[in-house]
Design a protein around this ligand. Sequence first.
Ligand code: MN
Length: 139
Amino acid sequence: MAVTVLERKPRRSGGSSGRFVVQEHHATRLHWDFRLEMDGVLKSWAVPKEPPTRPGVRRLAVQVEDHPLDYIDFGGVIPEGEYGAGTVRIWDRGTYALESRKPEKLVFELHGERMRGRYVLLRFTDKPENWLLFKAKNT
Ligand code: MN
């Protein structure tokens, strides 16, 4: 007797969610570290200007090295002489839901205090470490 196996409909590509944090980092140069919990690490981007909280603002976001998950709660002082020396303050935090994930484009919904709604990270074709971070219009 034949057994019909009903496969579950796959979730949309990369359909996952996790936490995010934005750390305002007063280092040699002030910047904001935008981090998404993804693949067991914190995927990280350094944003030289305050991240967008409304549509129409595009920010350069330079992808930097992945950070360990436990860094998500870090706020405090990185001592002189250590990499990134300066003060780190949590600027925003919350959760996100990934809508789509491609090598050159991430779309996700942020549920933070300051950053809320649908966001896009769009990779530069000529400089792959550089991305644009912006809030989508249709939220
Ligand atoms: Mn930093």
